[in-house]
Design a protein around this ligand. Structure first.
Ligand code: T5A
Length: 212
């Protein structure tokens, strides 16, 4: 297997089980002896976590869609600069709970911002940097929202209408269909044991492919 550091992202609608399954992915990577940075977006740095509070809280309900988009990329710029790029440069793998696919899905497909404008920001903020592997946890939005709702009060995104999340889900699936070399789609509606088995086999296959 190559010694190149690898950047893995986990995506999906609310309540898909991303956070629950992150630990399994982390363990499987560490078991292979890799250094690993586990992080999340929006967030991952002190500035990014402050922006996350602004973005997810209700204090700024009704913020303009462009403001939301730019804050996501502001947090991402800091995250790349302070955490992700230094980790990858040092040879550590990076596992990130959401990244720019979430911006395409939520701000693009969900809010309706032109995808080309998001692509321009992506190129500006990230340069050539893109994830090497993206695990998309897919499930019906009602199931995900019900799971998330049982856990905590709805944040600013979770307060959106069902149709918004349906657009987000379809956006994710469109990206996965468009970039099959990068995306692996998990049926996240299944019981947790089944979901973790699907994820384990994706990670095992990724290591096997990298070795060949
Ligand atoms: N956002 C983010 C943007 O709009 N643009 C961007 O560019 C970025 C980066 C971030 C929000 O910001 C938006 C998207 C989001 O709305 P978040 O907290 O990172 O918020 O994302 P959420 O999806 O809201 O995170 P959640 O914690 O709600 O969802 P998870 O992590 O997918 O779900 P998880 O693991 O917490 O599980 C939810 C519940 O379901 C249970 C768990 O035990 C938990 O109680 N569960 C299962 N139950 C049954 N069967 C299974 N298979 C289960 N898997 C988990």
């Amino acid at each position: 297997m190559s010694d190149d550091a690898v950047f893995i992202t986990v995506e999906g609608v609310e309540g898909a089980g991303k956070t629950t399954c992150l630990g399994l992915i982390e363990q499987k990577i560490r078991d292979r002896g890799r250094d690993l940075l586990v992080t999340r977006e929006p967030g991952g740095t002190p500035l990014g976590e402050d922006l996350r509070t602004l973005l997810l809280g209700h204090r700024h309900d009704g913020m303009a869609d462009d403001t939301e988009l730019l804050l996501m990329f502001a947090a991402r710029a800091e995250h790349l600069h302070a955490k992700i790029e230094p980790a990858l440069t040092s040879g550590s793998w990076v596992l990130c709970d959401r990244f720019t696919d979430a911006t395409y899905a939520y701000q693009g497909y969900g809010r309706g911002i032109d995808l080309q404008r998001i692509a321009a920001l992506e190129n500006w903020v990230q340069g050539e940097r893109r994830p090497d592997l993206t695990i998309l946890m897919d499930l019906p939005v009602e199931v995900g929202l019900e799971r998330a709702g049982k856990r905590s009060a709805p944040d600013r995104f979770e307060s959106q209408a069902l149709a918004f999340f349906e657009r987000v889900r379809q956006g994710y699936l469109a990206m996965a269909a468009d970039q099959p070399q990068r995306f692996r789609v998990i049926d996240a509606a299944k019981p947790l044991a089944d979901v973790t088995a699907q994820i384990a086999s994706v990670i095992d296959a990724f290591f096997a492919d990298s070795a060949s």
